[in-house]
Design a protein around this ligand. Structure first.
Ligand code: PLI
Length: 461
């Protein structure tokens, strides 16, 4: 036998503690998914074998983070962990002022309330569910300015998170800069499949917005993962550190909302960071109404300590290479078996193209929701719908919004599962794919008013 020339990538950590998971039978799972109304959000986690619902708050913390938890200073005001967090944010992201929040959407709530007026338009590189809802609740309208390639799951363009500058410019011309409180720029665009934007594009967005005096608010939830793709794919960045690329991205923007439950490797936490003192003043004032005092924002001291340490770990080269490497491993396996997935493989999950896998199920019968339920039934792997259910309804007409992307997200928590788990997931996807002709759609029998995908219930057609 000839040994391989290249060595495999491997996790830059070893396992110190394990959490047993339950193995279930198909009968168990049939009962569980019926009780959950065919919505994977409504399953009990005890009934799940491999949980790929989300990478949000599901990461394994390091021994250092757990040790940091013991250093929690649970003072109501002025906790030392707040100052550590502030220093970590300043060092790694560079933003001037910090308002901690219990998670990302709380920061979105604050910035939307402060900056958006009724009738405003907020351009963004594709929507995210909570981000868009807070913009709408504040009286604004979201406008998608992502490049067209992002809506095509098979387009291999490496920076599908980029902004279409013509779309943005047209929007500014149409509405006037006064009606645009900020441009919302996400790194590693979640709904597009975890697709990065390039620094070249961000610089162009910066130039255009600066000309019109429009700030950029960065959804930096997965900024380190975006930085990894820049290092690997953008000319001129191969020798730049992830930490430096992250800083360069942040330096091109005026403020950020952060769900630290993703990149920053904590189970709970987030923040609003901003360079404008007046916006900071207002946010610091509002946070006491909705979250808690400005030096804890709904978090315990120990949570802020874990976040301060997690931010530093998130930009380490070995960590990010293995994190994205594991996602690519799963994705490459499915691609090799010709299973339709969003290409290129993104940063935090593999997105199955449900529209292509189940072409006979119309969007009204929720192909991605159906596929997620089938995958759970097959193996106990929990995934998430990212299609018409997630897109919700048009607030003016009340009709479903029919997104071009009808996807099932297999989201990989950080530092939690092994390569063998990825193999089991791939095998289960392959099994469901082979039997796809037998799959029927769903009808929605209960629909909540906001963010319906979380709690909606379905029945088989
Ligand atoms: O879940 P939060 O409130 O900490 O963060 C909201 C949020 C904001 N922006 C982006 C890009 C997200 O992905 C995000 C949350 N995402 C979840 C929960 C997910 O499963 O992707």
């Amino acid at each position: 036998m000839n040994p391989p020339k290249r060595r495999s990538w491997a996790e830059p950590y070893k396992i110190k503690m394990v959490e047993p998971v339950k193995m279930t039978t198909r009968e168990d799972r049939q009962k569980a998914i019926e009780e959950a109304g065919y919505n994977t959000f409504l399953l009990r986690s005890d009934d799940v074998y491999i949980d790929l619902l989300t990478d949000s708050g599901t990461s394994a913390m390091s021994d250092r983070q757990w040790a940091g938890m013991m250093l929690g200073d649970e003072a109501y005001a002025g906790s030392r962990n707040y100052y550590h967090l502030e220093a970590s944010v300043k060092k790694h992201y560079g933003y001037k002022y910090l308002v901690p929040t219990h998670q990302g959407r709380a920061a979105e709530h604050l910035i939307s309330k402060i900056m958006i007026k009724k009738g405003d338009v907020v351009p963004g590189n594709m929507y995210f569910t909570t981000t868009r809802l807070h913009q709408e609740l504040a009286g604004g309208t979201f406008a998608d300015v992502i490049i067209d390639e992002a809506h095509d799951p098979e387009d291999e363009y490496p920076f599908k998170g980029n902004v279409d500058l013509n779309k943005l410019e047209d929007l500014i011309k149409k509405h006037g800069a006064d009606r645009i409180p900020y441009v919302s720029i996400a790194t590693s665009v979640n709904m597009a499949g975890g697709q990065p934007l390039s620094l070249e594009n961000l610089r162009q967005v910066r130039e255009l917005t600066q000309k019109h005096g429009i700030p950029i608010i960065h959804d930096m939830t997965r900024v380190a993962e975006n930085a990894y793709f820049i290092k690997m794919k953008e000319p001129g960045y191969g020798d730049t550190s992830i930490a430096d690329i992250v800083r360069e991205i942040c330096d091109l923007t005026d403020g950020a909302t952060m769900s630290a439950k993703k990149d920053a490797l904590v189970n709970i936490g987030g923040f609003l960071a901003i360079n404008d003192y007046e916006v900071f003043e207002e946010a610091r004032n509002l946070v006491v109404v909705y979250e808690g005092l400005h030096t804890y924002g709904g978090l315990a001291g120990r949570d802020m300590e874990a976040m301060a340490l997690g931010i530093a770990e998130s930009v380490q080269e070995d960590h990010i290479r293995a994190r994205v490497g594991q996602v690519q491993y799963l994705g490459d396996k499915l691609i090799n078996w010709d299973i339709p997935v969003v290409r290129p493989i993104g940063s935090h999950g593999v997105f199955l193209n449900a529209r292509k896998i189940l072409p006979d199920i119309p969007q009204d019968a929720f192909p991605a929701q159906t596929l997620a339920a089938e995958l759970y039934l097959d193996s106990g792997v929990r995934s998430m719908e990212r299609g018409v259910v997630s897109a919700g309804r048009n607030p003016e007409t009340g009709d479903h919004i029919y997104p071009k992307l009808e996807l099932v997200r297999l989201t990989i928590p950080r530092r939690v599962y092994t390569q063998a788990h990825m193999d089991v997931v791939a095998e289960s996807v392959a099994e469901v794919y082979e039997n796809r002709k037998k799959i029927r759609g769903l009808k929605m029998v209960y629909e909540p008013k906001y963010l319906r995908f979380f709690q909606a219930r379905f029945e088989p057609l």
